[in-house]
Design a protein. Structure first.
Length: 103
């Protein structure tokens, strides 16, 4: 179970990932394509109970592809702080100067 891992970073085998709902199947499909092409590159954040609170779609893709998942487990109070930071408006990002000419 993800809830049994220590706080901080740990790898979790795919069979410990419990799926409840895939509310974003198109995003999961695209993430799955990236994992197939580049390998596991992402991570998720979970709370003390083991519920994924950030990057749920990545966790679902790892489960479906039977890949290990890098999990950062945080205390519930820290998760609430993180959520407040993620909801802030930090402005707009412009990627025009970083275009990949091969695309």
């Amino acid at each position: 179970m993800i809830s049994d891992i220590p706080f901080g970073c740990s790898f979790v085998d795919f069979y410990y990932i419990n799926l409840r709902k895939n509310s974003n199947p198109i995003v999961v499909k695209e993430i799955s394509k990236l994992i197939i092409k580049y390998g596991t590159w992402g991570s998720v954040i979970c709370n003390e109970q083991g519920a994924v609170v950030v990057n749920t779609e990545y966790a679902i893709a790892c489960k479906l592809l039977e890949k290990p998942l890098l999990v950062y487990k945080m205390k519930n109070a820290e998760v609430e702080d993180l959520k407040s930071y993620l909801q802030e408006d930090y402005g707009k990002y412009y990627f025009n100067k970083f275009r990949n000419k091969r695309l």
